[in-house]
Design a protein around this ligand. Structure first.
Ligand code: HEC
Length: 140
């Protein structure tokens, strides 16, 4: 193997590693509020009402921003443009949780997004905690 080839190989391996680590690295999951200790959290009973109030207008029957619908359990689990946003049993790794807790690397990915007038509806710690508990309990 020539030196030139080796240098190239190392450089591409390095940039690949940096590239794949960067997105996840910027998400500081230690900032997440804790999961609620509520038992038997379900989409229909606990989560749908939160999504209905804060998310359906962009992720429901009329609009599907990011190709995502949140108006049924199946659609929510299917995810959007970037694939599933909910990883059953792993709320801290679920990008939907990062979005509602506004800890995403990219500010545009925080949900709900900032409005044109600069105001923003921030999900409460209790709401984020309930969504976490739902996912940790298997997203049923
Ligand atoms: C005012 C419109 C609006 C509201 C309300 C809204 N979103 Fe979004 N959402 C967007 C847009 C626009 C995108 C696409 C962002 C992008 O592609 O960068 C998006 C993307 C997402 C994604 C990523 C989808 C993917 O796979 O690419 C998730 C998860 C998400 N929203 C969750 C939520 C949740 C949960 C709520 C309610 C708490 C919510 N959104 C409320 C506009 C909205």
């Amino acid at each position: 193997m020539t030196n030139k080839f080796l240098t190239f190989t190392l450089a591409s391996a390095f940039s690949l590693a940096v590239f794949s680590a960067s997105a996840a690295d910027k998400v500081d999951t230690s900032k997440l509020p804790p999961a609620s200790d509520k038992k038997d959290v379900t989409y229909e009973k606990d989560i749908k009402p939160i999504f209905e109030k804060s998310c359906f207008k962009c992720h429901g029957p009329e609009k599907q921003k990011g190709k995502l619908r949140l108006d049924s359990l199946a659609a929510t689990l299917k995810g959007g443009e970037e694939g599933p946003n909910v990883i059953k049993g792993k709320s801290a790794e679920s990008t939907l949780v990062h979005a509602v807790a506004r800890i995403t690397a990219d500010e545009e990915a925080a949900m709900p997004p900032k409005k044109k007038d600069g105001t923003v509806e921030i999900m409460s710690k209790e709401q984020v905690g309930l969504i976490r508990a739902w996912i940790d309990q298997g997203a049923k």
